[in-house]
Design a protein around this ligand. Sequence first.
Ligand code: AMP
Length: 459
Amino acid sequence: MSFEDLGLSAPLLKAVAEAGYTAPTPIQAQAIPAVLSGGDLLAGAQTGTGKTAGFTLPLLHQLSAEPPRHPRVIRGLILTPTRELAAQVEECVRLYGKYLPLKSLVIFGGVGMNPQIDALRRGVDILVATPGRLLDLHQQGEIDLKHVTHFVLDEADRMLDMGFIHDIRKVLAILPPNKQSLLFSATFSDEIKALAERLLRSPRVIEVARRNATADTISQKVHPVDRDRKRELLTHLIQSQDWHQVLVFTRMKHGANRLVEYLEKQDVSAMAIHGNKSQSARTRALAEFKAGTLRVLVATDIAARGIDIDQLPHVVNFELPNVPEDYVHRIGRTGRAGAEGEAVSLVCVDEEGFLADIERLIKRPLPREVVPGFEPDPHAKAEPIQLGRRVLNGSPRPGQGNGHAAGQSRGQGQGNGHRGGARAAQGAGPAGGQRPRGGGSGRPSQGDAGRPARARGGR
Ligand code: AMP
């Protein structure tokens, strides 16, 4: 199957060829003809599958085939959960649409409104936005959504995770009823299904790459190590194996900052990217990392969502995520679209339970490899893990088989419970069972959402 077979116009085929794509990925092969046929679509696809081109290419095809509007009006709207993802999606729109006379714009919170307002007034065909800023500018009368004919909700599951459901409902309420709608989501939880029922009319349903499957091109391993020697081990791996472009995950923002300080002292260039960083600091860190001048980027889960760097060679879980699905998202940063990548996890005794959860989810054991000189103390005792105001027990849970405990370990009853529902629904994956997550989602860095106050229902 080639891109020519999919029925895309010549200017798009030219741009795709220049991007170096020789053949459509499976999601593209299915989604592009489905979208071109005009109906609604519910697509299950994770980042790394080529999903962005899967909706961007047919959107551009259709909008350029319609008679142009003078002045320009917003006809295509793409909603994404994070600023980074919004910026990357709009970059794709511009890249693939470079030979078409369409104008696109990205808007998100955390930066000044005026340049966005100016650009909107000059006229836009395709708008890529995060929900909060879109609603703010709409409320101020700067955005007219009455002419939208094509609507895409990207990474819908992550939007729900981040508490954007009310904002999404508000956006749906102001969009015209007659439009083509596409919903992309990595998972099909009950909440996603409910959202799809509300938004989509007799949609085609396509799903590529088994849910929570990890790409075969990613080699994964675990280095057991003592908790207080992780920093040393990370530095050792980076230096002895001469790693460049290493994306490192921590659970908490301050953990990310501390690790950056340590790496800098060891002469390893590093920057952190998380919700407490200004937009310009995040953009700079990402640009330097992409350009190869920054060796290590340390990120929290939400900040990393949507980071799209081609052929990222190394992902390190400095700390394992307490939500096993996040492991799959994290390592999805590497080995993208066929490129090879390596994901290593530094695991201390406190995290053995998290590791068991992850292995259950991905349905295979991860190979353990002790690095000589970093042998863990066999008598070390597991300690609880502090996650904001929550205390998690990440150690193996006796009597729960494979260390997978539902109740006591997941911060139950510790937090304010404001988002427990969304994650509990998502948790109904292959790992089975609805796990109570009374303390919320285990994502401390909601600030990355762009509109945290609104996302939590307040202002
Ligand atoms: P996405 O899943 O949209 O985040 O895309 C993942 C990566 O795959 C991006 O870096 C794209 O540039 C790349 N990509 C998308 N489509 C193709 C294709 N047909 N062939 C090769 N790479 C692709």
